[in-house]
Design a protein around this ligand. Structure first.
Ligand code: 4AD
Ligand code: MG
Length: 467
């Protein structure tokens, strides 16, 4: 076969260099034939669209056609021609076809309409389907949008550690990191594990958030963000939780609660607008196949102002709903943590748009949030999205040394581990704040997919770490 430089399908479909000989390589999506010609749809992952290869029956060996099955990998040389058929501008009139990899009939992705559950069990091959191709091209684009947004707004990309000795959220949901022999653990006189001979000489874990180190950077560089893998050993088997997920955490000096909410809203709208502008074909596919209201929902979130709602006001609305006969599984009262049914009521039923909830009771939030003058609530903000629930969690940080120390003590966090964090409040303390956006929750929203396991390539959840 003649060696011709490969052209990606995405470029072939836009090319008007008719009558030139091109080479395309990719996997067969469909193969059908009329007597005189075979039509082979090839996809190479560069776009959701396939290029149509037209091969004259009498030009090629019948055995070759038999090898061109769904999933087989081909290299095709042929003449780029204007397509007479509807639906595509150009096609390839094959002159040479080479089968790079045959695909036997037990190919797990052969049948259309498999369940997502089935696809998850074949996560190594699901990437080759239209749906997962679309999802992961969009995921890439969202990562680009995030870096672009922060770079354009003067934020520095800052790398926070993955192995850490501190539990930022204080929820005790950390995966331990150790090189100790688990079959022969040395314990002290109180029966506690002695870590002095462990790799780091102390107990360490995978990070649940880069925020604390992000604060160190924001109080030096002004505006930073991190974007990295995050780990939580919470035993939540829900369509919204992963044990390993990616989080984006901007942290900004001299920002107040309103500034923080402006940043959250502007940032998230930028990302969605980016998807609408740069992922048209994939979004149209998902809108057609996965969720018919996807594009409408994305457009409306970009167009509307988010509701800004203090927690106390949110509770009042929920109590009013209860008084009017609405049934929640969990009772509503001031001081409670909102369950997903409460968040959904506010976002999907009451306001019908994204809600930024603020000023939560201090007892249900982390130690680092800034205390309000009422002494009861803190300047936390959660962004609640339709279909998703909480997509962002953030806050203005407590910058007062004594108040912060008090909250650390109240929560029994070992002070000796926090000395470096407290130093930011001791030396030139400044007002600052930030938030964490769950990357996969954003991808869920943008793609219309229903399960978070379907927007990360190889999901890690309780009892699952395949691939
Ligand atoms: O609300 P969270 O726990 O906030 C923090 O970790 C803060 N330290 C962030 C900060 O202020 N810098 O988590 C932030 C977001 C959540 O809103 C959610 O979108 C996502 O991270 N998230 C998860 N996503 C997938 N699986 C999980 N188990 C998640 N836990 C949190
Ligand atoms: Mg949260």
């Amino acid at each position: 076969m003649e060696t011709i430089k490969r052209t990606k399908v995405i470029d072939i479909l836009q090319s008007e260099a008719y009558d030139t000989i091109v080479n395309v390589k990719g996997w067969v999506r469909t193969h059908r034939d009329s007597k005189a010609v075979h039509f082979i749809a090839i996809n190479d992952g560069s776009t959701i669209k396939n290029v149509q290869v037209v091969a004259d029956t009498d030009r090629f060996n019948a055995d070759l056609f038999k090898q061109i099955t769904t999933g087989a990998c081909l290299s095709v040389n042929g003449k780029l021609t204007k397509s007479p058929g509807a639906g595509q501008a150009s096609e390839i009139q094959a002159t040479e076809i080479e089968v790079l990899g045959t695909c036997p009939s037990d190919y797990p992705m052969q049948k259309k309409g498999q369940t997502f559950e089935y696809m998850r069990q074949h996560a190594h091959l699901r990437l080759r389907t239209n749906t997962f191709g679309a999802v992961f091209r969009i995921r890439h684009n969202m990562a680009i949008a995030i870096h672009k947004y922060f770079h354009e707004h003067g934020f520095f990309y800052f790398h926070t550690p993955i192995i850490t000795a501190s539990d930022c959220e204080g929820a005790g949901e950390m995966f331990q990191v150790t090189t100790k022999n688990l079959y022969d653990l040395k314990k002290d006189e109180n029966g506690k594990i002695d870590y002095s001979d462990d790799f780091f000489g102390k107990m360490t874990s995978l990070t649940v958030s880069g925020q604390l180190e992000g604060e160190l950077a924001a109080t030096a560089l002004g505006s930073i963000y991190s974007f990295g893998p995050t780990f939580r050993a919470e035993n939540s088997n829900t369509p919204r939780h992963l044990a390993e997920f990616w989080m984006i955490e901007p942290e900004v000096a001299f920002i107040d609660l309103n500034g923080l909410m402006d940043l959250e809203e502007d940032f998230i709208k930028y990302c969605i607008r980016w998807a609408l502008d740069n992922c048209k074909d994939d979004l149209e596919f998902l809108n057609k196949m996965i969720d018919k209201s996807l594009l409408e929902r994305l457009n409306s979130v970009v167009a509307e102002d988010f509701v800004r709602l203090p927690y106390t006001e949110g509770i009042r609305i929920l109590e009013e709903a209860v008084n009017n006969g609405h049934k929640f599984e969990f009772p509503v009262s001031w001081g409670m943590d909102l369950a997903s049914e409460h968040e959904r009521y506010l976002v999907e039923h009451h306001f019908k748009k994204p809600v930024i909830m603020t000023d939560y009771p201090k007892e249900i939030k982390a130690f680092y949030m800034k205390l309000n003058e009422d002494g009861k609530t803190v300047q936390g903000t959660d962004v609640l999205f339709p279909q998703i629930g909480e997509i962002i969690g953030g806050s203005v940080r407590e910058e007062d040394y004594n108040k912060l120390q008090e909250q650390i003590e109240v929560r029994d966090i070992p002070m000796k581990d926090m000395w470096w964090y407290l130093d930011t409040r001791k030396f030139g303390s400044c007002p600052h704040g930030g938030f964490g956006l769950g990357f996969e929750r954003l991808i869920l929203f943008v793609t219309g997919m229903q399960n978070i396991r379907d927007v990360i390539p190889f999901p890690r959840t309780p009892k699952t770490a395949e691939f």
